[in-house]
Design a binder for this molecule. Structure first.
Ligand SMILES: CC(C)(COP(=O)(O)OP(=O)(O)OC[C@H]1O[C@@H](n2cnc3c(N)ncnc32)[C@H](O)[C@@H]1OP(=O)(O)O)[C@@H](O)C(=O)NCCC(=O)NCCS
Length: 159
C-alpha cells in the first residue's frame, strides 16, 4: 500500500524513548504467536539498556519512519552489511512500511559497496526477509538469561 505521508529520516537521540516503547509494544503484540510470554519478556528487556541503545543510535545508520509526526517503524544498518533493527508499529503492520525502510537500508549497504547483507531474523519476520531475497544460513538457539530464543541467521547477496 502506498503511503504518501510516510517520511523516512535519520533518527536522533530525542527519538530514544519512543523507539524503546515501540520495540516492546511491537514484539509483545506482533510476535506473541511465535514466542512464549517468557521469551518475549527476555527479548523486550534487551531494549532497557539505554546506554547500549544510545551507542546503536549514534554509530549505526539508523532510520525512522514517521506518519504525522508519529514513529511507525525503525531500521538500522550496523557497519556496512548487518541489518540490526527492523520493527514496525503494531497498528501499522502490512502497510508497506518495512518495505520502505528495508529499501533504504539495502541502498545504503550497496552504497557502502557491501556484497552481502546479513541479519539475525525472528520467526515472525522470516517471511518478510524471504520475500526480500534472503536465504537462511542456519536456525539459531540463543540462550539469554537462561531462556532459549530461536531466530535465523539470514543472508542476501547484493548485486
Ligand atoms: C516483519 C515486519 C518488520 C514486517 O513489517 P511490515 O511493515 O508489516 O511489512 P510490509 O508491509 O512492508 O510487508 C512487505 C511484504 O513482506 C511480506 N510479509 C510481511 N510480513 C509478513 C508475514 N507476517 N507473513 C508473510 N509475509 C509477510 C509480504 O509479502 C508483504 O507484502 P504484502 O503485504 O503485499 O503481502 C513486522 O511484521 C514486524 O515489525 N515484526 C515484528 C518485529 C520483528 O520480528 N522484527 C524483526 C526482528 S529481526
Amino acid at each position: 500500500m502506498d503511503k504518501p505521508n510516510l517520511s523516512i529520516r535519520h533518527s536522533n537521540l530525542s527519538n530514544l524513548p519512543e523507539i524503546q516503547r515501540m520495540f516492546v509494544d511491537t514484539i509483545s503484540a506482533v510476535c506473541k504467536d511465535d514466542y512464549s510470554p517468557e521469551e518475549i519478556k527476555v527479548w523486550t528487556s534487551s531494549i532497557e539498556n539505554t546506554e547500549r541503545l544510545i551507542d546503536k543510535l549514534t554509530t549505526q545508520y539508523f532510520l525512522i519512519a514517521e506518519l504525522d509526526n508519529k514513529i511507525v517503524g525503525f531500521a538500522s544498518l550496523k557497519g556496512n552489511d548487518y541489518l540490526d533493527f527492523l520493527y514496525v508499529h503494531k497498528d501499522y503492520q502490512r502497510q508497506g512500511i518495512a518495505d520502505r525502510l528495508y529499501s533504504e537500508i539495502e541502498a545504503e549497504a550497496i552504497k557502502k559497496e557491501s556484497k552481502v547483507l546479513t541479519s539475525d531474523v525472528s520467526i515472525t519476520a522470516k517471511a518478510f526477509f524471504e520475500k526480500k531475497g534472503f536465504r537462511t544460513l542456519q536456525k539459531q538457539t540463543n540462550i539469554i538469561r537462561g531462556v532459549e530464543i530461536v531466530n535465523y541467521k539470514m543472508v542476501k547477496e547484493l548485486l
